[in-house]
Write a protein that binds this ligand. Structure first.
Ligand code: SAM
Length: 234
């Protein structure tokens, strides 16, 4: 059984997807997708030997060798132009790592139509990269599972004939432009917990012998934003 988090991620892939799952670990996601939809094709990328072997095992177990190729390598470096990958999934990592994988692999995403990212923290980094690299955020979701809160961000390549442009301001980057417009129960749960975390961090910075004034200012500003957003719940 695939986790609720990864099931949600998978739901953003179209039928007949031609996708890469970068940092696939056990390759549970591509196996789930290709078992459900025989017309989907996937490349599972892994940088570490252990997970790479686990991925191969899962694919063999489900006899999906025809649909899924497992490759060892760093980030989007496992892809070449002949793969014609149309969607990329990068899930279960920090936003800074996801951003650096996208940045380093920029040349590989020229023909990609959709990127589905699920950053565990620092989603802002990922939104910023999309915003600066010709992708438009088309869906966002906050998912809760086993007391953890996850964000899923779906971005589509801006086509020449799309009039829509997204120029995200700092608050939209922080909370998510679509999440701000349609605040769910999970969204409020996430930001109540971030509120507590931010207050704790501010206290720690204030207590420190050498205060990082710049950081302090940043967190204090974010705390105000979070309070504003939470106040609107009532
Ligand atoms: N994507 C799966 C999920 O969401 O459940 C697995 C997440 S797991 C926490 C992160 C995986 O990413 C690990 O298996 C790790 O080896 C892999 N990874 C980390 N950095 C990577 C990179 N630069 N390129 C490819 N894989 C990477």
């Amino acid at each position: 059984n695939l986790s609720k988090r990864l099931t949600k991620v998978a739901s953003y892939l179209p039928k007949g997807a031609k996708f890469a799952d970068i940092g696939s670990d056990h390759a549970y996601l591509p196996c789930y997708v290709c078992l459900q939809d025989k017309s989907s094709r996937a490349i599972a990328g892994e940088v570490n030997e252990g997970p790479f072997k686990s991925a191969i095992k899962t694919v063999e177990y489900y006899q999906l060798n025809e649909s899924i190729e497992v490759r060892l390598g760093n980030g989007l470096g496992v892809l070449n132009n002949l793969d014609n990958v149309e969607q990329i999934v990068i899930a279960g990592m920090g936003g800074a790592l996801i951003k650096s994988i996208l940045e380093e692999g920029k040349s590989k995403v020229q023909h990609v139509k959709r990127i589905i990212a699920q950053p565990n923290i620092d989603a802002r980094n990922v939104r910023k990269w999309f915003n600066e690299n010709g992708f438009i955020i088309t869906s966002e979701e906050v998912v809760e599972e086993n007391q953890h809160i996850y964000e899923i961000i779906v971005a589509d390549k801006v086509e020449w004939n799309m009039s829509k442009q997204q120029d995200l301001d700092p608050k939209q980057l922080f909370f998510g432009p679509l999440l701000l417009e349609n605040k769910t129960k999970e969204f409020f749960e996430k930001w109540s917990s971030e509120h507590e975390k931010t207050e704790r961090i501010i206290k720690q910075i204030k207590k420190a012998k050498v205060k990082d004034e710049r950081k302090l200012k940043q967190f204090e500003e974010e705390l105000i934003w979070i309070k504003e957003v939470l106040d609107h719940e009532a």
